[in-house]
Design a protein around this ligand. Structure first.
Ligand code: UN1
Length: 517
């Protein structure tokens, strides 16, 4: 192992063993298939992880269920206090964990640390929530009656997370699920097992200190088989899935067919619209970050750019300048803005998308290929050039516009009227994030109103990516309608009971119905 990697692994308590156990349900086990964690920057194998065998998975599910029946009786503010300690333990390891994210996923260090910060933020939020998960008292039409809406812990929540946010997305789910009194079972992406092991170690330490069963925050690493067994299990009350549209469609069907709850965060195909009155000093760098940040691997990455005809040439010129300034580098090194794609396969997907654009007559203004001949050790990495393409026309049903490519490829179109740009914004199957740049209040009104953007995130003078935890996060249409993190998202992680109580000496029926002769 390189010193670059071993320093980071030992700082988060991951021993340099030949095979690490990748299952936690109160104790660490793992005897299933071996997962390899490969550094996307260098190609180096960081560790081998023993995933869950079918038997271990069943044990983990059983222990999660048991842990839930114990945990649900702990008063919510007490759960909040434990969550506060988890928050502190994460904060104490923020830089170390951030470096691990950067090492294993490939995003630049400040974004890796930002992800841990996002977990800390949502933990703070959920600590407060633990004293505010209020039900309601509703006025009854019947005298001497009252109606209560009561939230209770839901059960076992399985979180299937993606490689691109190997810490934060689990954090959003864990924090709410924990405050709500559930057991959470994490099935991370098979390519980022080390992040999940490091996070679970931190959390389990806190649980142990508090005498809480470890399976309240369990972990099952594994591939497709493990994922399928988790979503099929009747022991899982809700599945929160982040990933591709194709897999999400399957997950949705499977969970729905057994009447489980499902929360989907699927693909994004996010547009930024630049009006002629936009402040380009702000808009250009924001589009640059949105399209190139995280090497184009956020669900919220800016993939489509619609420019008003009056500012299009100036905007493109300034954006191209930023693109030409970017250099691939080790994401762990300060100053690097462009890390690698997460996998070799993603490089193929990137090249396929660029080839298709070329074939269909698009003009490639920047980038257009992967980097060749980089100096060691980056020659083993998955580095591609951020690309700006201008397709011949905005035929919104064409694959180049309507499909998500999980790589830094930005397609540009030119419009004359805001209505046209909004129609393009809404014309794709996905509905995650969107961003309008303008100084004119009337445009803002249109954009956020009934005929405006149909995405779950509808920003103004803020890019498509980089959301805070305060609002509910998620998308509409083929993005899956799920909402996580802030807002009212917690209400999905509980089971609601409507309780009508009769305090009176009469027993009238609702709607004045008479049922006595
Ligand atoms: C994702 O891309 O999967 O808004 C999540 C953002 C982040 C979360 C993105 N806070 O970009």
């Amino acid at each position: 192992l390189s010193t670059r990697a071993s320093t980071i692994l030992s700082a988060v308590g991951i021993p340099a063993e030949s095979e690490l156990p990748g299952v936690y349900h109160g104790e660490w086990v793992g005897s299933g298939d071996v997962l390899e964690s490969v550094c996307p920057t260098t190609g180096e194998v960081l560790a081998r992880v023993r995933s869950a065998s079918p038997q271990e998975l069943q044990t983990a599910l059983g222990k999660s269920r048991e842990a839930y029946t114990w945990f649900r009786m702990l008063p919510a503010p007490k759960r909040g206090e434990i969550l506060r300690q988890i928050r502190e333990a994460l904060a104490a390891k923020r830089d170390e964990l951030g470096a691990l994210v950067s090492l294993e996923m490939g995003k630049i260090k400040t974004e890796g640390t930002g992800e841990v910060q996002e977990f800390i933020d949502i933990a703070d939020y959920a600590v407060g929530l633990s004293r505010m998960m209020n039900g309601r008292v509703v006025a009854s039409e019947r005298p001497g009656h009252s109606i209560l809406e009561v939230p209770n812990p839901l059960g076992v929540i399985a979180v299937l997370s993606a490689f691109n946010f190997p810490v934060a997305v689990y954090g959003w789910n864990l924090a709410l699920s924990f405050a709500a009194g559930n057991a959470t079972l994490w099935k991370p992406s098979p390519s980022t097992p080390l992040c999940s092991i490091a996070v679970t170690k931190i959390i389990s330490g806190v649980l142990e200190n508090n005498g809480v069963p470890g399976a309240v925050a369990g972990l099952v690493t594994g591939g497709k088989d493990v994922g399928e067994a988790v979503i099929e299990s009747k022991d899982v009350d809700m599945v929160s899935f982040t990933g591709s549209e194709a897999v999400g469609r399957q997950v949705g069907k499977v969970v729905q067919s057994r009447f489980g709850k499902v929360l989907l965060e699927l693909g994004g195909n996010n547009a930024a619209i630049i009006m002629p009155d936009a402040d380009l000093d702000l808009a250009v760098p924001a589009v640059f970050f949105g399209a190139v940040g995280t090497a184009g691997q956020r669900c919220t990455t800016t993939r489509r750019l619609y420019l008003h005809r009056h500012i299009a040439p100036a905007f493109i010129e300034r954006l191209q300048k930023l693109y030409s300034s970017i250099r691939p580098g080790d994401p762990l090194e300060q100053g690097t803005l462009l890390g690698p794609l997460h996998t070799r396969a993603a490089v193929g997907i990137y090249s396929g998308a660029v080839d298709r654009l070329r074939k269909e007559g698009a003009q490639i203004l920047s980038g257009g290929s992967s980097y060749q001949g980089l100096a060691k050790p980056l020659d083993g990495g998955n580095f591609v050039m951020p690309t700006i393409a201008v397709p011949k026309s905005v035929n919104i049903k064409d694959a180049v516009w309507s499909q998500e490519t999980f790589a830094p490829v930005l397609c540009v179109g030119v419009f004359d009227e805001l209505e046209q740009a909004i129609a393009w914004n809404n014309g794709v199957p996905q509905g995650l994030s969107s961003s309008l740049w303008t100084r004119d209040l009337r445009n803002v009104g249109k954009w956020i109103g009934p005929a405006g953007s149909d995405a779950g995130i509808v920003n103004v003078n803020v890019g498509t990516s980089g959301a805070e935890i305060g609002a509910a996060f998620g998308g509409n249409k083929s993005t899956g309608w799920g909402r996580e993190s802030g807002g009212d998202a917690w209400k999905e992680y509980v089971r609601w009971g409507a309780c009508t109580i009769n305090f009176s000496d009469e027993a009238p029926l609702a709607q004045g119905v008479q049922f006595s002769s």
